[in-house]
Design a protein around this ligand. Sequence first.
Ligand SMILES: [Fe+2]
Ligand SMILES: [Fe+2]
Length: 348
Amino acid sequence: MVTTLDDTKRLAIAEKLADTRAIQNLIISNEQKLIGACPDADVRQRLQNMLEDDQKNLGVLETVIVQYGIQAEPQESVKQLVEQIQQTMAGDKLSFYQKLAQHELLKHGQVMSGIVVHKAAQVVGADIEVAIGPLNTVNFENRAHQEQLKGMLELVGVRELTGKDADQGLWARVQDAVAALSGVAGSVITQNSDKQDMNIQTLIRLDHNKTNTIFTEIGATKDPQKLQEYFGQLYKDLLAHAQAEEEVVYPRVRSFYGDDNTQELYDEQAQMKRMLDEIKAINPANADQFRSKVKQLMEVVGDHIRQEEFTMFQAIDNNCSDAQKEQMATEFKAAKAKIQQEMASSMK
Ligand SMILES: [Fe+2]
Ligand SMILES: [Fe+2]
């Protein structure tokens, strides 16, 4: 019997992602305060641009958490840290320079968290790497922000000490440092900065890709513990994805995609859920039986995914505006997050 579908390593990464989201919110509220208190117009404008990046990156982080598939609470120590820093930033004990320096440290921490999650994903499983792919853009931008903050600190610090401006050429050096970092960005799935969200097809496709990756991982191992871990993730991902589609997407497409086609999608998902529960009852120590059942599931899911990506996506393109597709994505993401939270608390 599979006693639990939770895996400690995966939960630990989920917690790290929740910490990162809490710090990202803190970074945003810091920047709002710093902008209000900033004595220099140029620095203020730079902080304003940074704030806009950070607000967009909060959205990317939320996408990553939903893709990752496990919702968690931040650690107690992180919650306390957030509260402490909020008080410090709101108070008048620190100079503007000192507050900015504190902010730069947070950015540094955020860069390291991004790197750590990335490396941990490489250790734990390919499906996690797929899920956290968009985090790369956040990491890259945070590193660029760090360079910009160093420039601001230099300018503000020299002024606080001397009342005079630092050497000319400061911003040019900052620009150079940022440009030198662009090599690390690589090819990443990104969210356009002028958009609120990805469109619904991109978001659904990310889920499908992750599912395919887990099927590949299951196909490549006979280790019962690994099988249980991968299946646990697959189970949660497929249920949350299917339910979110049934709440947000299928009702919306029915009018133009047709009753029969839409009903077929519901029926296939019902079959998929039955198969998931059948497999859940098999002991993965019977690796061959377990894997052959998973293979059957893979065929059913594969057909279903192909129908969605080839015909339903086309119908959405033909009948929905860009804004409607983004709106659907935002609702899909929110629905999935809610379902994942319910799953997490029902497993406790
Ligand atoms: Fe579906
Ligand atoms: Fe789907």
